[in-house]
Design a protein around this ligand. Structure first.
Ligand code: AMP
Length: 214
C-alpha cells in the first residue's frame, strides 16, 4: 500500500474532505498546508502574521514560508508512518523543494464540475479547532454550527467570499495546474473525477483506497 501521498485539485475539489477520511482509514497523517497556516495565524506567530495578508487576498503565501513549515511538519514522528499532503505543493518550486525532503509514491488529482465546486465553497463550514470540513447542504453537522468530531465551533472561512474565491481559482490555474503535468511526467499521477458532486465522500474514498492498492 502506498502511504506517501499528495492530493492535488482546484479549491473545492474535495482534497481536504477526502484526505481527512483516507488518512483515518489508513492510519496515516493528514497534513493540510492551509490548516497549518491558519493555525499559525490563529496563534499569532511571526510566520502567521506574514502569511495572513496573502491568505486574506486569496494569494499564495511565499514558497520559503510554506516550505519551511512543511519541512518542519514532515520531520515530526507521526509523518514517518505515512502522510497525505493536502494543498502542498501548490507551485513547481514547492514541488521541487518537496522532492528534496521526501520521496512521494502517488499523486492524486481530484476534479469536479465547476458549478459544484463554487456551490461547495459557498456553503462550506470548517471547525475552528480541528479543521474538519462540513457543507451546509451535503455534509451537514449533526448540530448546526458544532463539529461532530470535537465539539469545536464551525465558521465560514474569510477567503470563501466570492471575490476571494475567484482569485483563488485564477491563482490555481496559473501556479498550481502545471503540477499536473509535472507529476504525470514523473509517472506518479492518477486522476479521479467526481462526476455529480452530490455523492457522499465515501464513494470517492473507496476509489482512492482501490487506487492505493493497485
Ligand atoms: P487551503 O486551505 O488549501 O484552501 O489554503 C488556504 C490558503 O492558504 C490559500 O489560498 C493560500 O493563501 C494559503 N496556502 C495554502 N497552501 C499553500 C501553499 N502550498 N503555498 C502557498 N500558499 C498556500
Amino acid at each position: 500500500m502506498k502511504t506517501r501521498l499528495v492530493f492535488l485539485g482546484p479549491p473545492g475539489a474535495g482534497k481536504g474532505t477526502y484526505a481527512s477520511r483516507v488518512s483515518i482509514k489508513l492510519g496515516i497523517t493528514h497534513i493540510s498546508a492551509g490548516q497549518l497556516l491558519r493555525n499559525a495565524v490563529k496563534h499569532g506567530t511571526a510566520l502567521g502574521l506574514k502569511a495572513k495578508a496573502y491568505m486574506d487576498e486569496g494569494e499564495l503565501v511565499p514558497n520559503e514560508i510554506v516550505v519551511s513549515l512543511m519541512k518542519e511538519r514532515l520531520a515530526q514522528p507521526d509523518a514517518a508512518k505515512g502522510f497525505i499532503l493536502d494543498g502542498f505543493p501548490r507551485t513547481l518550486g514547492q514541488a521541487e523543494a518537496l522532492g528534496g525532503i521526501v520521496g512521494i509514491e502517488l499523486v492524486i488529482n481530484f476534479t469536479a464540475p465547476e458549478d459544484i465546486i463554487v456551490k461547495r465553497l459557498g456553503t462550506r463550514e470548517t471547525c475552528r479547532k480541528c479543521g474538519w470540513i462540513y457543507n451546509t447542504i451535503t455534509l451537514k453537522p449533526k448540530v448546526p454550527g458544532v463539529c461532530d468530531k470535537c465539539g469545536g465551533e464551525l465558521y465560514q472561512r474569510e477567503d470563501e467570499k466570492p471575490e476571494v474565491v475567484r482569485e483563488r481559482f485564477r491563482v490555481y490555474n496559473e501556479k498550481s495546474k502545471p503540477l499536473i503535468d509535472y507529476y504525470r511526467d514523473k509517472g506518479l499521477l492518477i486522476e479521479l473525477a467526481s462526476e455529480k458532486g452530490d455523492e457522499p465522500p465515501e464513494a470517492m474514498v473507496e476509489k482512492v483506497l482501490q487506487a492505493l492498492k493497485a
